[in-house]
Ligand binder design. Structure first.
Ligand code: PLP
Length: 376
């Protein structure tokens, strides 16, 4: 059987990884400034994480969501404390798209409405409603286009007021910081106004923190830079450090009924062990403090490279903007300098999403490589 070829692949074969370093089959060492789309939070194969998952697997790896699972309770408690979101209830699932799918479904149940407001250049996943609220017609099939979605430009409060005034909107969904789109984000004022309008009109405000959450922005959630309280928050990527996990944090005012949401695999024992270990390491190693320290260092260094026209994003969710398309530069970084970086919808933007534990020495390695490639 052949693979269904939906991914254009770089000719690199990682077989081992540790922290922010990845090795291929020839023992060539790569610096990972991309974390496989922002997934690696505490570093590849962190020893605590490996130990915790291995121990769990030796006890019980999986049982369905029809029995008591104290690991889910422990995970939810720890997540509530570290995120400052103790007044939310947690639904566990398996991916970012699934988290958004359930968030949108819950919002529609709550309001008994179906139209969703999303934003230009957004990305929320590839499944039914998640892809429908994603601003990319190339990945929406006719079946997805049946959903009622209105895409608005970021930061235009009047348009949000106008659309919500039509009284058929179930939810507004917005990324804390746009990832795939290219690191644009709402202003503080915009987030605060949207929160107000949603509250006033009983529209559910969903914050997609799948990529921008888990400390990546320098706070646990990117929306916390704006001092708002969303109704629903979705999480995934950094949550399991590579173990597939997703979650929906639902404000306490919204009640659950049996069967309203559900999954076979979500919140299984192994996933919870991975998730607990990630939270423990973030706390023990002060990784969010490290994100802020490295951000300041990165900014200081990058401003010394004139060909970088702008640095977008926050914390370790960054975009370096050039006045040329970066496809060739990314290839040179991988094949000549052995450094992984990412791209986005904005072809002139190099995306940087390293493990939250990255060091200044590793940032220097990147800065020096970039200077050499750009002749600066
Ligand atoms: C903001 C955002 N939401 C949702 C998703 C979808 O997550 P997944 O690929 O785990 O389904 C992504 C993935 O890139 C994302 O960046």
């Amino acid at each position: 059987m052949n693979l269904f070829e939906v991914y254009p692949l770089y000719n690199v074969t990682p077989i081992k990884a540790k922290g922010a370093v990845v090795w291929d089959e020839n023992n060539t060492q790569y610096l990972d400034l991309y974390g496989g789309h922002g997934v690696i939070s505490i570093g590849h194969s962190h020893p605590d994480y490996v130990e915790k998952i291995a121990a769990q697997l030796n006890n019980i790896g999986f049982y369905s969501n029809s029995i008591q699972n104290p690991l889910q309770v422990e995970f939810a408690k720890k997540l509530g404390v570290i995120s400052g979101c103790e007044n939310y209830n947690l639904f566990l699932c398996n991916s970012g798209a699934e988290a958004n799918e359930n968030a949108l479904k819950k919002a529609s149940f709550i309001t008994n409405k179906s139209r969703i407001i999303s934003f230009k250049n957004s990305f929320h996943g590839r499944t039914s409603a998640a892809v429908a609220v994603t601003d990319n017609s190339a990945i929406n099939a006719p079946i997805n286009l049946q959903q009622k979605v209105t895409f608005l430009p970021l930061n235009d409060v009047e348009l949000v007021i106008h659309e919500i005034g039509k009284k058929d909107v179930a939810a507004v969904i917005i990324e804390g910081i746009q990832g795939v789109g290219g690191l644009d984000e709402g202003t503080k004022e915009f987030f605060q106004e949207v929160e107000k309008i949603c509250n006033k009109n009983d529209v559910v405000l969903i914050l997609d923190e799948v990529q921008s959450g888990y400390g990546r922005s320098g706070k646990f959630f990117a929306f916390q830079h704006h001092k708002i309280k969303p109704d629903i928050i979705t999480i995934a990527k950094g949550m399991g450090n590579g173990f597939p996990m997703g979650g929906v944090l639902i404000a306490d005012k919204f009640k659950a009924t049996y069967g309203m949401l559900g999954t076979t695999f979500g919140g299984n024992h192994l996933a919870c062990a991975a998730g607990i270990s990630v939270l423990d390491v973030i706390k023990k190693e002060h990784l969010i403090e490290n994100v802020n320290e490295i951000y300041n260092y990165f900014l200081e260094q990058i401003t010394k490279i004139p060909k970088v026209k702008k640095m977008k994003g926050r914390g370790l969710m960054l975009g370096l903007e050039f006045d040329f398309e970066v496809g060739e530069l990314r290839k040179q970084l991988i094949f000549d300098k052995h450094i992984f970086t990412g791209g986005s919808n904005n072809k002139k933007l190099l995306r940087i999403l390293p493990p939250l534990s990255i060091t200044k020495t590793q940032i220097n390695q990147f800065i020096n490589a970039l200077k050499e490639l750009l002749n600066e």
